[in-house]
Structures are given as C-alpha cells and as structure tokens.
Design a protein. Sequence first.
Lengths: 355, 441
Amino acid sequence: MFYREAGQFKTDYAADQQIFPILQDRLFVLAVIAVAFLAVPALASPYLYTEILIPFLILSLAAIGLNILVGYCGQVSLGTGGFMAVGAYAAYNLWLRVPELNNLIVVFLFGGLMAAAVGILFGIPSLRIKGFYLAVATLASQFFLDWMFARVKWLTNHTPSGSVAVGHLEVFGWHIDTPADRYLLILGIVVVATVVAKNLVRGHIGRSWMAIRDMDIAAEIIGFRPLRTKLTAFAVSSFFIGVAGAMWGFLRLGSWEPLAFDINRSFQILFMVIIGGLGSLLGSFLGAAFIVLVPIVLNQLPGWLGVRMSTALLSHLEFMVFGAMIVFFLIVEPHGLARLWSVAKEKLRLWPFPH
Amino acid sequence: MRLRTAALLGAAIAAAGLTVAATAQAQNEQFIPGLIYRTGAYAPNGIPFANGVADYYALVNERDGGINGVKIVYEECDTGYATDRGVECYERLKNKGPTGAAYVNPLSTGITFALTEKAPVDKIPVISMGYGRSESRDGSVFQWNFPLLGTYWSAADIIMQHIALKEGGFDKLKGKKIVLVYHDSPYGKEPIALLEQRAKMHGFTFTPMPVTHPGVEQKATWLQIRQNRPDYVLLWGWGIMNSTSIKEAAAVGFPREKLFGVWWSGAEPDVRPAEGGAKGYHAAMLQHGSGQFGVHADLKKYLYDKGKGAAKWDETGEVLYNRGLVNAMLGVESIRKAQTKFGNKPLTGEQVRWGIENLDLSAARLKELGFEGMLQPLKVTCSDHEGTRAGRIQQWDGAKWVVVSDWYQSDDKVIKPMVDAAAKKYADEKKLSVRDCSKEG
C-alpha cells in the first residue's frame, strides 16, 4: 500500500541513476542514518556502544571489503584477518613513529593503503589460480602475515609480549575518549565507505568485476583486462579491510596482539559475507549483525528470561543454537539474509492484495 | 514481514534485557564479576580455578554473612580465553550491583592487556594474580593493575635460580642451552625479556620456541628439541598445551626432571593426561601448592556438607582450585581493607583500588583466614603492586605434587631496572602522567 513506486516519474538521467530510485527506499535509508547519528547517541548505554554497535559497524566494513572481492569479483579469500592486521599495525606504526600525524583519519587511510598494497601483492597469483586453489593461496597470506606480526619486533615496537596499545586519539582536534565519540567516528567512516563502495560496484569498475566473476574468458574477450580488474578488486577490498582492521585495533580494542587477527577472524568475516549474501552490500551489514549479535543475545537470553543455569551450560547452548541457526538460514535461503530482505520487499509491494 | 516482526521482537527483548541489567539490585551488596572459562581448549584448567573462586565467595557469605555484613554478589561470564569475548563480558558486568564491579580478574594475559586500557577510564582495578604484564607492578604508572603474588618475570627468575642452584651457581650456566617452549600469545612471550637478560648475564644460550594456540600440535617443536639437546626446557603453556608438551617430552625422551613449567603449567590437569610420562616433571609454585589447609575445613563445614560446593569434595585440594581460593581471598581482603577507610558498605572500584594498594596480610592474619602454609605474608604499596616475589618449585611424583625446594625470592637487582624501563616506555608511548609514589600515604 505504502511501498509502491507508482506515480514516481523520472524526468532526467540523474533521477534514473540514483542509488535508491524509489522514494520510500530513499526516505527509509535517510531515516536509518538519521537515527544512527542522532537518536542512538541520545539513548545508547556504554555497553551498547562498545560491545554491540562498534563491533557491528567495524566488522560490517570488513565484510563489505571481503564482499567486493568474493561477492562481486568472485575471488575467494581467506586472508581477511591478515589484511586487517596489516591495516592495524601500519596505522599503529604511523601513529607511533610520526606523532605529528596524530589524526585518526590520516592514520586509518595509511592503514588502508598499506593493506591495499599487500592485497595487490597477494592478489597477483589470482591471475593463474582460481576457486578453491586461490582460497588456499590466500590462506598462505594469512599465515605469513600472522607470523610476521608475531616475529618482526620492529612492527610491534619491541614490546616484550608483542601486544601494542594506543591512547590519546584525536581527529582534527576532536579527542576520541568516550564510547559515544568512537561510535560517531566509526559510523561516519562506515557511512562514507559504504557510499563509496556502492558507487564503485554500480559503476563501470563494479561491472568489470562482475563480468570477471561470471565468466572470466568472456570478460577478457569483450575487453576487460583480467589482471587489472582482479587487482583493483584486491586493492579496493583490502583497503576497506585494512581500514576496518585499523579501527578494530584503535577504537574497539585499544590494545591488541596478532591473535586478534588470526585465522578465526578470516573465517568469521567470510561467514558474515556468506550468511549475509554474496554480492550485496546490505548483506554485509546483515551478516555482520547476525554473527556479532546472535552469540551475545543467546548468551544473555536465559538471564533476561530469569532462567538460571550454569555458565558452562550457557556457553555450550550458545554454540549449539548458533550453529543450528546458521544451518537453518542457509537451508531456508542459500542466497543469504539480503535475499530474504528483498523477498520481503517484493511481498510488500503487493501487500495487502497479493495475487 | 515475518522477518520484520522477528527483528522487532528481538529488538524488544534486547532492550528489555538491557534495562533490567542496568537497574540496581538490593542496596547492601558488593558486586564482583568473574571472567572465567568453563568451555574451550582451556577449560580443564579454567574449571577448577572458577570453582575455587566461586566457593570462596560463597563461603564468605555463608560463614560471615558477607564482608562486614555486605553480601557478595558474584556473577560468572564465560570468556573462552578469547580477548574480544572477555572484553564483552567485562563491559556487560562492570556496572552491575549498586556500586559497579569492585575489581576484575581477567584470568588471561590477553584480556589483562585489553582491560589495562579500560581500567583508568572505568575506575575499576584489575587484579591479575600471577599473570598479566610484568611491568604493571610499577604502581606509579599502572595505577589500576595489581599483578599480585608474582609476575612472569618473577616466575622465570625463580625457575632460573632453582636451575642455577642445582648446577652449583649462576656461573656454571655458561655455555648451557636453555629452551623456552611457549604459548604464542602475550602470556607466553612475557618471560622472554627476562630470560634474554639472564642469558646475557650468565652466558647461556637461550632459544624461545613458540607453539600456536591451542597447542595440540607440537611435534615439530619437540623434534627440534631432540636434535638440539638443550640442558633445560622451560614450559610456558596453558590448557591442553601443557599436557601435550609433557607427553611429547616423554615421546622424544627428554628427561622430565629437566622440564620446568611456570605456575600455570603445574597443576593436576597438566600432568594427569600424560600418566607415567609426567613423573619427575618440575613446576614453579605461585606460593601455594596442592593439599588441604585451614580454609578447607570451613569449606567442608559451610558448603560441602550442605551440598553447596561448586566442585567435588576430593577436587578441593587441587592446585588450581586452591589458586581460585587465594585469588578470591585477596580480593575479599582488599575490600575489607577499603572498608576500614570508606565504611562498611558497598564500595566502588576506585575505593577498592585503595584497599588493594594498602593490602597488608601478616602471617597471623593469614592463619586466621585459614591460608597458613599456602601463602607468605604480603604487603602491597604504591610502588610495588606485586606484594611479594616469593616462590617454590614442586615436582610431580606420579601421584601428587611434592614441594622440592625452599623459598626463593626473585632477584630485584635484575627485574627492577627492567620494570622501570618498560613502565617508562609505556608511559611515554601513551603520554601518561606518572604518580609520585613517595607522596602517597
């Protein structure tokens, strides 16, 4: 009834090429952003910020990065954790060694650029290696990067335990102290990055990625250079992942060791992309929300309902229910949560008179 | 639509839960969070420790009616030894109770590092008893950290002193080969700095060998050890890594008498899976060992005879269970100390911090508490957040742990300059203001 584009006429190309051509979508997204920027800071508790919103937003950005590579360009990668580590440690070293540049935007951009450079390096084999074999090759990058940050002492400033810490963060004179500050900074970065990503994937670059994904030989014949296309995907993807890694270290943990970016992190983000939906930016957010929130909710749900059970039973239940939910969602909708959302939108168009 | 209703329902439940969690409970209660693990690769060691902690708090409530009438409310949260999950647990629990968390025991060096950054902001002290970052004993920089009873540098130093004593003096270590098999995490890396320093001083070769989490795959490491034939191997493991190391040592025929574990590698769950292979294995003691002491009689009377104990009765003398008791006791005594200044009411983390910093347990007081024979007297000060640096060495005889050494004191001539340098570096890096301990009362 309300969700219908009837009567919305496009009279110029700009109107036709908008990100959200339907007025209701546009209003909905603007409302979500307004709530995130204005209403959430007025209502949220520190716990909500630090343990739910901040991890959700940062991992969403990492999932967007991986989705560009896996979902849009079809190159399977298991090196996400390693690229996040590159972003975090590059940002740390710039922050530590060039104190004049104590501006988080600069620091994060540097982290992203370094990750992009490393991503290009490890993306070169993708020209020859495909599918599962590429996954194994990127796995090697994960292990190599893990090893490097644990062993090359200079990168962690020779701390005895290999754990690095940051403090006194600021952006153009704005001191990032409270969880609310951190949340707003992360939200700003994620919104900007998402708009950039959306415009990339719907423009000619994104179309070249999708051509490569769907059939690389055909794409080559119609004039896309596979090497350049694949490497741009690796670069852009790693850039986003690197920025996410830098934010994870600086704004989520504050103090971290290479273990924070181990192979489990790579799997976690790959699962986000698969559960959320390959080739969908919305799916990256939904997948991140699912993987971040569900375990925390499951762990606390019995307490909220007033059911008392032992800590051990609670943890075991959490694992079992979470695993069952992943299987359930993959069976119900193999294309991910984003597909469920678009099915819901289709139904909404016909509502209340489905035929 | 179905999805949307489900999402709304979920959001509503979450919102309701958060408000419930935020409301304060009864007024005369002191809330203490417990970051423990009863699941995952480290559960065999996490469970007895968690049981000891839970039992001691329950005992204080049952026997004394709380700390001077203030009941302890204790809530566990399973971290699985994962840093991000531990931080989530901490954030979840830090504001509970009328005054928030009294203090937090992270029970993981990685989580300790993460909480070190949060403690000054939240004003909740971090008690990392026998673990954590070694330089945090410098209270002038690490105002909120308390690595009570000993840091890893103390542990490594005590083991080295024992080895030197067996060899006939530190000068006899020249040319010896010493290997450290360590858990590749901040925990395992902590002792390296001290051992490198000692290697430089006495001229032995020191080789660190990392083992990746969770430590079930160590064949390559022990093959290397068999080839290099080191004189001694130090073990810095946790959870199943410990028992795997001991089994591998037996498999390659490395003499277990020359294998020395840190105090987190010296408990029953570490040696039992190796069965006969563990006989002769040495480990450092975080002061106390296994066995039953005065406090266990109270535990039996007030908890286990009434069926309220968290563990089984015959497990209550185990090393890690006892360590849980000690850990909880130090916290409770710190709150009691803080009550002498701030009154017998629930205290904030900031007030408890003062209590920990002024904690002074005499031998008489320890006897009163039933910890005689487990602990030596300790006194925490502003400049020394460790309290005491004493330790012994124990040996597994195939059935039980036997104390085989006298008390050692870690050598402050070696450690103090390292602590000062590391703490100063931390303060500079973080641009922290340093307290002047000579002005603290």
